[in-house]
Design a protein. Structure first.
Length: 182
């Protein structure tokens, strides 16, 4: 990751908000014969989300598009905060923060394109994957080494867990939640 431009209040981070296309996926959209989108997600990103959940940190997905594939992925990962077909992500996130009693100071936002810029600028940490447009990278506090859909989310989550001093605890909590003795 490239160094951030401002100090991050790691202890105050309560919510990770992710875009889908270009962040959870590589940004490619394949249309199946049935008209449904086909998306490819990375298993490492999914494990990262489960690690975040194991330490009671909420994860939300705010996507400009609607997709059954994303709905299924979020169900698999038990992400309850899913917002699809969102044109104005800032408005959506503001409403979400109000409902949760949080502010942008409690948020890390990861996006990759123009419609993510307002949230990237307001979040405590605005992060983009390596494949984000260069102009959007300039707005971000941090750019991951990994590309979207290829472990960028996991890279960010590992950083969050280390900075909060919860990496080992998250792994232990996750393993215990699936019945593994550590």
């Amino acid at each position: 990751m490239r160094p951030n431009k401002r100090p991050v209040p790691w202890a105050e981070i309560k919510l990770l908000i992710l875009d889908c296309d270009g962040v959870l996926t590589n940004g490619k959209i394949i249309y199946g014969n049935d008209g449904q989108d086909i998306k490819q997600f990375h298993a490492a990103d999914g494990m990262g989300v489960m690690l975040m959940r194991s330490i009671n940190t909420k994860v939300a997905v705010v996507s400009g598009r609607s997709s059954e594939a994303l709905l299924r992925r979020c169900k698999d990962l038990k992400i309850e905060l899913l917002y699809q077909g969102i044109d104005n992500k800032l408005e959506c996130v503001n409403k979400l923060l109000e409902e949760l009693g949080l502010s942008f100071d409690n948020v890390i936002f990861m996006g990759d394109d123009w419609n993510d810029i307002p949230c990237l600028r307001r979040a405590a940490l605005g992060v983009v994957p390596a494949n984000a447009w260069p102009e959007v990278q300039k707005v971000a506090d941090m750019v991951t080494e990994h590309r979207g859909g290829e472990g960028a989310v996991r890279e960010l989550i590992n950083l969050i867990l280390h900075k909060k001093g919860l990496y080992e605890r998250a792994i232990t909590a996750y393993l215990e939640s699936v019945g593994c003795k550590v």
